[in-house]
Design a protein around this ligand. Structure first.
Ligand code: SF4
Ligand code: SF4
Length: 447
């Protein structure tokens, strides 16, 4: 029986590893569909941002209660996973609490730390479900202007929270059943443990009075449920918004370091403007460079960091809740911009894989088929979404790239914007007055 369990365990481990590796390769290839962009400069500054924003959850602490809840679930997730090392080794070698005889009093101390966090995660997950379904926090219900199915994001969040509750319940009751078996001196379970388990110890009365067969059956059930659940979670997370658990770290490391309001110039245009203004002189020996697409029409025209942003989005809606365009009833949600970008890049990736590694034109583009012109034109470029995002995602960069494409490649700007553009071109200001008239108002003030 033990050997069968060992074989099943190794098989489960191998299957999970295969799925996770396959999915990570798919996501990596999709992110690499984006254009190159150097985000490796100033490494110490980048490391500091990652430590503060991803590890320290800095932006989550603007709401202390919610920030602490996230902190518990995040630290709990990391710490409890340390315990998996022992579970995996026990599974492979058919041992039971492998580390207990070697760690002495440290062992129950560690298990107690895991149990405290397991209880914390359990309570926080219940709290999060309550916020979603009882108090119904607005941004978690989907925005009025997110014209997409909100069913999957809701289901995804609910599944993960429920799943975490079940996993933590299995962990605590497994420890409780195991404690009773150990106290009864049942062979294989009579491992020396130098101390009591505090939280699961409170649950042992539930199992007292059970016969040994029933106790072993429950202990095995809870052990398998816990470890299979974790393996399933490892695969599931790669299809879910919870991928941010992993991607938040590289995504914050590769944050934009320039000031928020500094927009990326287009070198070709900068050069033309400088020539027109006489700032630079034409080089007679220069071979004119081929002008490609301005801005972004599809995910291929975005940078790899824009695509990593899309995969990192937690769908929390903090950006949309702060977006003045959304608040004032415009059809724009920065959260939807990120989710649409992710959906499109996934579609492109599936197309590429189905066609032997080469994307075959499917007649669709990110702009028009996923994100509409009305959405991108509603953006005020205020940066509120960038400021609010807890994992340093920049929805505005994508909006600006799509806008550049529409305006500069397709010449489709709203009429009022075209008037403003010609004013900038002719008057060096958005207004229709000549630069020489700019100080006329001052004359009137003096008279
Ligand atoms: S930059 Fe645009 S999308 Fe972001 S919050 Fe401001 S208006 Fe909304
Ligand atoms: S872009 Fe950032 S703030 Fe907006 S939903 Fe995604 S994670 Fe949340």
């Amino acid at each position: 029986m033990a050997i069968i369990q060992q074989i099943l365990f190794v098989a489960a481990l191998a299957v999970a590893a295969w799925f996770v590796t396959k999915r990570y390769k798919f996501i990596r290839d999709n992110i690499n569909l984006g254009k190159p962009e150097n985000r490796k400069d100033r490494p110490s500054e980048r490391l500091s941002i990652m430590l503060r924003v991803a590890f320290g959850q800095k932006k989550m602490m603007t709401n202390v209660t919610v920030g602490l809840m996230h902190f518990v679930i995040y630290v709990g997730f990391v710490i409890i996973n340390i315990e998996i090392v022992e579970i995996v080794l026990d599974g492979i070698f058919g041992t039971h609490r492998l580390f207990a005889p070697y760690l002495g009093a440290v062992y129950p101390f560690l298990i107690n730390v895991f149990e405290v966090f397991a209880l914390g995660v359990w309570l926080v997950c219940v709290g999060f479900l309550t916020r979603r379904y009882v108090t119904r926090v607005g941004r978690l219900q989907g925005s009025r202007h997110e014209e997409m199915s909100w069913r999957w994001p809701q289901l995804d969040a609910t599944l993960i929270l429920t799943f975490e509750i079940l996993l933590m319940t299995a962990f605590l009751t497994w420890n409780a059943a195991d404690t009773v078996l150990r106290a009864q001196g049942v062979a294989h379970y009579d491992v020396p443990v130098a101390g009591d388990f505090l939280i699961s110890g409170l649950l042992t009365p539930l199992f007292e009075g059970w016969n040994t067969t029933a106790l072993i059956a429950y202990e095995r059930f809870a052990w398998w449920f816990h470890i299979l659940g974790i393996l399933f979670f490892a695969v599931y997370v790669t299809y879910s918004k919870h991928l941010h658990i992993i991607l938040a770290f590289p995504n914050t490391y590769f944050s934009k370091l320039e000031p928020k309001g500094e927009m990326k110039n287009m070198p070709e245009i900068t050069k033309e403007v400088q020539l027109a203004l006489g700032i630079t002189q034409p080089d007679p020996n220069e071979v004119p460079a081929e002008i490609g697409t301005f801005g972004a029409k599809d995910v291929f025209d975005l940078s790899w960091k824009n695509l990593m942003d899309a995969y990192t989005c937690t769908e929390c809606g903090r950006c949309t809740a702060a977006c003045p365009a959304n608040i004032t009833g415009k059809k724009l949600s920065p959260r939807k911009i990120m989710m649409d970008t992710r959906d499109r890049v996934e579609e492109v990736g599936r197309n590429r894989d189905a066609n032997g590694g080469t994307f075959v034109d499917d007649g669709k583009t990110l702009i028009n088929d996923y994100i509409t012109v009305e959405e991108i034109n509603a953006c005020t470029t205020c940066q509120a979404c960038v400021q609010e995002c807890p994992v340093n995602i920049n929805p505005l960069e994508i909006i600006l790239q799509l806008r550049r494409y529409k305006i500069m490649d397709e010449a489709q700007a709203p009429a009022s914007w075209n008037a403003m553009f010609s004013n900038v071109e002719n008057n060096m200001a958005p207004w229709k007055f000549s630069p020489s008239d700019r100080f006329n108002w001052a004359d009137q003030v003096n008279s």
